[in-house]
Design a protein. Structure first.
Length: 398
């Protein structure tokens, strides 16, 4: 009988007599930088019962990640396996890690299509529970790739289907990308929304305290965005929309939270648009809730593709009116009335007009209004972690 994520469960599931040792889990990620997946995984590490569950993280980079110090402080090991372009060496190193640091009860892979290779190796090593986790929807960009890439995707999808014992997905669109349309009939696959830690949103934040760090006037209207400076987040389009909105609303600023390879290009672009003195690049931040609550008045999110868009859920927790692209999964709409969607086929002027109109017509909500919707939802980390604990414990009991 397959494990069902919507089944009743205890907060800390008991292990059977044959599995009294801590359940050992190996998560596989690219690098522990501040991204949506990595931030969610950190919330899991902070919240999970570490007496019952012992977690290590395999990364595909030898460079240090933003979260590495905290990962180590929580008693987890970071195990590099950077040989993505050398499949045979990667397999050898992966097997060595499984042998030297295992045995593991669970391999939980977050590296999307490459999970096909990860889980194939782990299956050959007789790891009992193999989880493929889909956090994104790449279909819009993968359709245009050449035949070689298409062949790789087909091979990896078949390998995932043959190897995994469980599949998790942050949205229905993310499921379609990794598992295909048959996922709805596959009892191994379940939705698991990326949970938020809601506690930081309860803390009262003074806008003046937040804005003073970047010399943003207290009475300014601030457009905000949280996301990596990578093509998926569509910063080029975002800043052009913001520039048009700033032209119509002179006392306005743009606050960009995150880091990434395209940041230098975007910095040049805002200077060329003549808005460089009103655009703030904060870099990676650990105080996202405070910035959303005190630093922003509206949230702009024109992503080209998304698996869910956790930043949108966080913006709603902070009560912000949000204008987002219509490719963002509908599961991200949590607080009624705050989110408006628009096609990326619309012009930057239409986007700017929609942002201004939506902000004028949508009063900001207080956290007393937003948090009840989130506390009882699958986006609450306190509801998410017990689901994972039950899944991991079931694997150990088998």
């Amino acid at each position: 009988m397959p494990f069902q994520l919507n089944a009743p469960m205890q907060k800390h599931p008991e292990l059977s007599d044959s599995a009294k040792h801590p359940v050992r889990i190996l998560h596989v990620v690219g690098k522990m930088d501040r991204g949506g997946l990595e931030t969610w995984l950190m919330r899991v590490l902070r919240s999970i019962d570490r007496q019952h569950f012992q977690i290590d993280i395999m990364v595909h980079s030898q460079a240090a990640g933003d979260y590495d110090p905290e990962v180590l402080a929580l008693g987890c090991r970071i195990l590099p396996c950077p040989y993505l372009t050398q499949p045979w060496r990667y397999a050898w190193e992966f097997k060595r890690v499984l042998s030297a640091y295992g045995p593991y009860d669970v391999v939980h892979s977050h590296v999307h299509f490459f999970s096909g290779y990860v889980l194939q190796i782990a299956k050959a090593a007789k790891v009992p529970c193999l989880i493929a986790h889909s956090h994104n929807d790449h279909r819009a960009i993968e359709r245009s790739k050449n035949w070689l890439r298409q062949g790789y995707l087909s091979l990896m999808k078949r390998s995932i289907s043959r190897s995994m014992t469980h599949g998790l997905t942050t949205s229905q669109q993310a499921a379609l990308d990794l598992f295909g349309p048959a996922w709805v009939e596959d009892e191994r696959i379940n939705l698991l929304f990326s949970g938020l830690d809601l506690h930081p949103f309860v803390t009262e934040v003074a806008p003046d305290d937040v804005r003073q760090e970047w010399q943003i006037p207290a009475d300014a209207w601030v457009i905000g965005h949280v996301g990596r400076f990578e093509p998926q987040k569509n910063h080029d389009f975002l800043v052009r929309v913001a520039a048009e909105a700033m032209h119509q609303h002179p006392n306005s600023y743009l606050l960009l939270v995150g880091q990434g390879s395209l940041q230098p290009q975007i910095e040049r672009q805002v200077r060329a648009l003549g808005i460089g003195d009103r655009v703030v690049f904060t870099g990676p931040r650990s105080d996202i809730a405070a910035i959303l609550l005190g630093g922003m008045d509206a949230f702009l999110f024109p992503s080209i593709h998304e698996g869910l868009g956790v930043a949108i859920v966080e913006a709603q927790a902070a009560g912000l009116p949000c204008l987002i692209s219509d490719v963002v999964p509908v599961e991200a709409d949590v607080v009624p009335g705050l989110v408006r969607r628009l096609s990326l086929a619309r012009s930057t002027v239409e986007w700017a007009n929609a942002l201004l109109t939506h902000s004028r017509n949508t009063p900001r909500k207080s956290v007393k209004e937003t948090l009840p919707s989130l506390e009882a939802s699958p986006f609450n980390m306190e509801n998410t972690v017990p689901l994972l604990e039950a899944l991991y414990a079931a694997a150990a009991n088998q």
